[in-house]
Design a protein around this ligand. Sequence first.
Ligand SMILES: *Cc1c(COP(=O)(O)O)cnc(C)c1O
Length: 380
Amino acid sequence: MSLQLPSDLATRPTPFYLYDLGLLRQTLQAAQRAAESRNIQVHYALKANTNDPVLQLMREHGFGADCVSGNEVQRALEAGFAPDHVVFAGVGKSDAEINRALAADIWCFNVESGPELEVLSELAGALGKKARVALRLNPNVDARTHHYITTGLKANKFGIGMAELPGVVDMLATLPHVELVGLHVHIGSQITDISVFETLCHRVNELQQWFEHRGIVLPHLNVGGGLGVNYEQPDEQLIPDFEAYFSTIDQYLRRRPEQQVHVELGRALVAQCGTLVSRVLYVKESQQTRFAILDAGMTELIRPALYQSYHRIENLTSQGEEQLYDVVGPICESSDSFGRRIALPETRRGDVVVLRTAGAYGEVMASNYNLRDKAPAVYV
Ligand SMILES: *Cc1c(COP(=O)(O)O)cnc(C)c1O
């Protein structure tokens, strides 16, 4: 399968985000088949991409919504997700955000600390409600990914630490307006080693036993998201190996009869369907380096500058002989670079250059730094 391009590419201004909705459909079908056959519920992590066509397809495929801000909760509800399929996570929920989610009767708050639990109970009480909560635990499992996208180690700000857990569970018994419905863990993103999920399941099994020893039954277990994608060679794996992922969870998570199992995938569902399309503004040669300067930069795709991550770069125009380029954007920051010494066919001003695998954490992280215009989304 090759990149689907808009028919009017020659005259279309760049940069823009290109989304292949056919590929997205196939990806969601593959995920849904693998999850459904194991009776696992998928909640889409909205933060990866909140564009309406994307949200509509998520909803049509039966996914719920995993939100990390009040506005994301709002967006999910506006996109038609049923409130009882909406989850609200995040380490710093404001009172206003909590109140909005309570008013909407969302299904569950993933609570990340004792103080948050107290505030939630108080706010729910004031509205005459009882909030369903899952405790987000920090299981201290290494996701073996970039340190900026690791979330499940002791040193990270996310989740309730093991040392704090007994205190939080005691507190639960004293709070009248919250009801414990489950356990939540999420240890990081872009996890490509499936054995990490096996380790995580073993940890969750231990945690579940810890609760059961205290006579606490958990109606659901949420093992988070984090399944990675192939950024180096996207065409070799446009659709992630959902079978391997869900079968690992199915095999190693010791689920109790009637217990629901949830996952929250973001990147794995939407990364490959998106491409950032740009044109070369200038080729600038210095003694050491040949720069290809694009009209897209870190304002459209910040992951390389933020996490030192790599997106595959392709020149769609040229078939010339390969040369090495430092591929950079136009923004006034040295970190505004998409890659050094990248082999591209001989590149000229006006060539169309794409950055692949940009559907997740691309457009949602766009900024207007340097007063840049917002790049539009184009769907094929
Ligand atoms: C970001 C996030 C996810 C999704 O992560 P992906 O790596 O995109 O799958 C899931 N759950 C929580 C709590 C998150 O913060």
